[in-house]
Structures are given as C-alpha cells and as structure tokens.
Design a protein around this ligand. Structure first.
Ligand SMILES: *Cc1c(COP(=O)(O)O)cnc(C)c1O
Length: 449
C-alpha cells in the first residue's frame, strides 16, 4: 500500500484546490478503506484508483447538503421535501431579487425611503377583499405576531377543539403563552357553541380566535361555531376576531373533487379583524405568513416590534408577489405547480407512466393506479385518483428488496423519493414534473441493474 506522502505527490492531488488538511484527511480515509478491503481478500488497488477514490471523497465533502430531489411520493405539499415548489415566474423573481439590488424599501417616485410592506398591500386587498394586508416570515410567526399585537396581557377565547398542534412543535397554547395573551378554552373537544364563547367573555377579553384544524378531521357528534357567528358576537361585544385558516386557499379545492378548505376571501367577507395563512401551502408560493383584514388591526400588527423580528426576506417577498400575480391574472391553475398538480387529469399521468414502462421493458415495472394526497397539513384524509409505477421487488436478490430499492432510488442523482407499500415500490407521477420523467426512468433502470 503506498504511503500518504506518496499519494499526496500525485499530480491530481498535489494540484488540488481543496485545503491541504482536507486532502490529507481524505487520503488517510481512502488508505484505511483500502486496507480493510485488502484484509477481506480483495486486490491491491492501483495508485490511480486510490487517487480517484480520494477525489470522489473530497467532492462529496464539498457538495451541497441541501439538494433538489424528485418527489414521487404523491404528497403534493410534502413538508419534509420543502412544501410548495414555486412557479417559474416566482423562481425568476426570487433569483432577480437576490442577485441584484431592488426597490425593497425605496420609493422610486420620491427617491425617499420606502416600505417593504408596500409591494403586496394593494395586491392582497384586491385578491382577498380585505382593507389591508401584510406578509411576515411564516404563518406560525403571523399567529404569534397577531396575538402579541392584539391581545398581549389580555384574554383570548378559543374552542377546546381548536387548541391544536399543527406539527413541527407549533401548538396553539404554547404560541399563546409566548405572545403574552392568556388562553381561555371553551366548549369540549367535540362540541362548542356560541353560548360557550359568550359566557367566557370578561372585561379582560380582547380576542376570539378560530384555528382551522388543518391536519385532522373530527366527525360524528361534533359542533363548532361558524366564523360569521363569531364575528357577530365580537361586534356586539367590541372584540376582535383572529382567524388562522392555515393553508390559505384562494381557489376552492372542491373544484377538483377534494373537500372544501376555508377560503381566505370567505373569511374576509365574514368580517373578521384578521385572517392569517401560509405562503407555501395551497397558495403555492415561497415560505411566508400572510395577514389580511381590517385596517386598524393591521396597523397595530405592522407597528409591533415583533414585526421587525419576523419580517419577510426580499427573495420570498419577490416570489410571493409573483405567485399572487398569477391569481390576479387568472392563471393560477396553469402556472402554480401545486394547483397544476392538483388539476392534472389522471389520464395524463397514466400516459406518462405508460411511456416510462415501455422504455424500461422490464416485467417488474408496471403502470398502476394509486391515490395522491395534498399534504402539508391540509385536506386530511382527502385523496386524488392518480397514476404512476410500481416496481416488483425480489426479496432474496441483493439490492432488490423493496427497502433496498427505495434506498437506492434515494442514492440516485438527483435522489428519487418513492414509497413501499403492500410489498411493492410505488412511484406516483402526480408530484413529478413532466420534465423529470426521464430522471425517474433512468433511476429505475439503474436500481434494477
Ligand atoms: C400550517 C399551519 C400553521 C403554520 O404555518 P407555517 O407557515 O408552517 O408557519 C399555523 N396554523 C395552521 C392552522 C396551519 O395549518
């Protein structure tokens, strides 16, 4: 086995652009791995092989940790895979805002200091019917900010069935505590009436809160209070209403055979003080939290010190504006990937699946019908008919069990994320961009060997 110094003198490593210490470490690791293989009875590698292995090691070390993956899970808003992919126009706007300067907080008319909030206000009002609108870093931040600005040191009444955990450690009672507001739970887990809210109102009460239980469904002997009833009660008693609709749909998923999600426009129309929702769920934009509603409430929110701590960054702001423009131009279902995926007919997915299967010519790969989900804590238990591929594992052949196939699809470049179910590997094409079909095809070809 050559020495460390001998390998370091090899031209490819001597000229390497990596820091010396990293190269030395990689050479040592390569030699150690070779020694192990030698002990297992394998052949002595050539110097060239050792150099190549060292360079591979170094390249792995400097390659990005955060990478693009192909989502073949059929979960459209997959939180672990980055939720909503943004539209081409939004991606361009984000790149442009990031690589150059912009009028982020600069008024081009007067040449004076401008406001970050000015870019979305009119657009949000036009799309939702609200008097005012504002964007922050994410919806968890929006809820925290709204509660802090509207109810700190006072009481907030919420139905027991809505004091929920959204996921990722976001629990309404905890956020409430952080905001300095006191949570007053009313009703029971399954049934809450308007009279429960009414009875809980005290001189300390500032706000009635509704939270859309986005990620679970309560059915059977249940009752909750309509947002319009809450608004009427709040108006009679001089309170504010905050409506956390979660996903923030501007279009009705019901059009595509899914259940109804509370639309932002409906909530605004009911007269609530503030509606808040996510930018990267059903809206289909970058990570953001949006707040729309009455001017007075929005002014208090914008002026609160936390607004600065939670402010949206310029790239997300640019992407969010571009996303909202799609709704303004009536092209959301063709331009915004999330809506395009929801709207794609199953026949289109089926013919893409057939093409892949025909190209692979393996009896182990078949076209299959399956069900996609929206995910991202919206539309629980709702599914869309879909089509894609199944791979038949061979349990006793090395690398061909269902779990090994899935792991090897993940090792592909770019990684392809599939799932195992009922002794098959499933790849749903609804969440795969049509241009990524060749990646899926080649990844399958590789793992089948
Ligand atoms: C998803 C969700 C949130 C959190 O939104 P983020 O944008 O992930 O911070 C808050 N409330 C509800 C009801 C949600 O569904």
């Amino acid at each position: 086995m050559p020495s460390v110094d001998r390998l370091l003198r090899e031209a490819a490593l001597a000229r390497a652009v990596w820091p010396r210490a990293l190269v030395v470490e990689a050479v040592r690791a390569t030699l150690a791995a070779s020694r192990e293989r030698l002990a297992e009875g394998r052949n002595l590698p050539s110097v060239g092989d050792l150099v190549a292995e060292t360079i591979e090691r170094l390249e792995r070390q400097i390659s990005p940790s955060l990478r693009r993956v192909v989502n073949a899970t059929g979960v459209i808003l997959h939180t672990n895979l980055g939720r909503a992919p943004v539209s081409e126009a939004a991606a361009r706007a984000m790149a442009e805002a990031s690589t150059g300067y912009s009028n982020l907080e600069f008024d081009l008319e007067t040449g004076q200091r401008g406001s970050r909030a000015s870019h979305l206000r009119t657009l949000l009002c036009e799309l939702t019917g609200a008097e005012d609108g504002f964007a922050v870093n994410n919806n968890a931040g929006a809820v925290l900010l709204a509660l802090s600005a509207l109810a700190s040191g006072q009481e907030v009444i919420v139905s027991r069935g809505q004091a929920v955990e959204i996921g990722g450690g976001f629990r309404i009672p905890d956020v409430m505590r952080q905001s300095g507001a006191r949570l007053v739970e009313v009703g029971t887990t399954n049934r809450t009436y308007l009279s429960d809210y009414e009875a809980a109102i005290s001189p300390e009460t500032a706000l009635l809160l509704r939270v859309h239980p986005s990620n679970f469904r309560l059915s059977g002997f249940v009752h909750s209070v309509e947002i319009s009833e809450l608004v009427a009660l709040a108006e009679r008693t001089g309170l504010a209403v905050l409506d956390d609709v979660g996903s923030g749909a501007l279009l009705d998923p019901g059009t595509y055979g899914l259940a109804h999600e509370p639309l932002v426009q409906e909530s605004v129309r009911s007269g609530v003080s503030v509606v808040c929702f996510s930018g990267d769920k059903l809206l289909g934009g970058p990570q953001a939290g949006l707040l729309v509603g009455k001017r007075r409430a929005l002014e208090a929110i914008r002026r609160h010190p936390l607004a600065r701590a939670l402010r949206i960054d310029k790239a997300d702001l640019a992407g969010l504006e571009a996303t909202l423009r799609h709704y303004q131009r009536g092209e959301a279902t063709t331009e915004i990937p999330v809506w395009r995926m929801i709207a794609t007919p199953v026949t289109v997915l089926e013919s893409r699946a057939r093409q892949i299967v025909a190209a692979l010519e393996s009896p182990r790969v078949q076209v299959a019908t399956m069900r996609s989900t929206v995910g991202g804590g919206s539309l629980p238990e709702e599914t869309l008919p879909s089509s894609g591929l199944t791979i038949q594992p061979v349990e006793n052949r090395p690398g061909q069990s269902a779990n090994e196939l899935i792991a090897r699809l993940r090792q592909h470049n770019p990684p392809v994320i599939a799932r195992a179910e009922r002794d098959l590997v499933w790849l749903d094409l609804r969440t795969v961009g049509p241009r990524d079909d060749t990646i899926v095809r080649e990844a399958i070809r590789t793992v089948l060997g």
